[in-house]
Write a protein that binds this ligand. Sequence first.
Ligand SMILES: Nc1ncnc2c1ncn2[C@@H]1O[C@H](COP(=O)(O)OP(=O)(O)O)[C@@H](O)[C@H]1O
Ligand SMILES: [Mg+2]
Length: 296
Amino acid sequence: MSQAVCETSLPNRAPTARGKVRDLYDLGDSLLLVATDRISAFDWVNPVGIPDKGRILTQISLFWFEQMADIIPNHLISADLADFPAEFQALSDVFGGRSMLVKKCEMFPVEFVIRGYLAGSGLKEYAAKGTVCDIPLPKGLVESSQLPEPLYTPATKATDGHDINISPEKAAAIIGEDWNTRASEAALAVYNRGREIAAERGIILCDTKFEFGVLKGELILADEILTPDSSRFWPAASYRAGESQPSFDKQFVRDYLSGTGWDKNSEQPPLPDDVVEQTRAKYLEAYTLLTGKKDL
Ligand SMILES: Nc1ncnc2c1ncn2[C@@H]1O[C@H](COP(=O)(O)OP(=O)(O)O)[C@@H](O)[C@H]1O
Ligand SMILES: [Mg+2]
């Protein structure tokens, strides 16, 4: 197993920005979006990485971008190291397989969440008010219930990085009615196709988050798509409404952190080797199930 790549840099250059998982290098009109092996849970990044996780996420996104290309243009220019600036090519061990050269877009400050089932913050709101993002839902739904139809349930980021659910009307007020309609329709179409393809492979696509941007007036699907980090994937074989479903990837991390009594408000305790290995195996399993490929 290779070593985890938790932070990247060039000999004379640090990334322009670091997200929770990705390092971003601004190349003018384009960006190099590098998925590291960092793992976040409960909005905190663990000091220990999961070897190959970034490669797995990038390869899963590439698989989906191709499947969705006729629905909506995406930001990908190339994931081939040979197309990157020479300074990145020289560090193929670090950047190879985990990086995408993408068109730099003006990103909407809205997360385009699509839900097909009731879980997470959607379930909480439904239990309290019978709605999700202020959209009324039928009575009698339970945890993990399939929704009558997939719903656009947008969110914005608070200044501390936490997501706040908002109504579709609020999203329209933030980004404009027309963009909101176009992006949410594209998001629903991509979700629906993704859900069909995942179902053929024994996976329920519970919900997922997309990011869109604009380039020269054109709507562009950006960031990562339909990965275990941006979605809830459930094993279809063990699915039962009325209870929580095992998350495909981060269950071991969440269970471990809960067991340590970590307060969710400070640096996480480092993941032990067995949790790292189990988690890596789960990401690989998702990759293999979805793409049919074994090797990265
Ligand atoms: N094509 C693009 N143009 C501009 N920004 C992008 C593009 N694709 C993704 N991004 C941004 O790059 C960042 C990816 O880093 P990530 O670690 O996933 O961040 P986060 O912690 O917000 O999830 C996000 O801020 C995302 O909005
Ligand atoms: Mg992200």
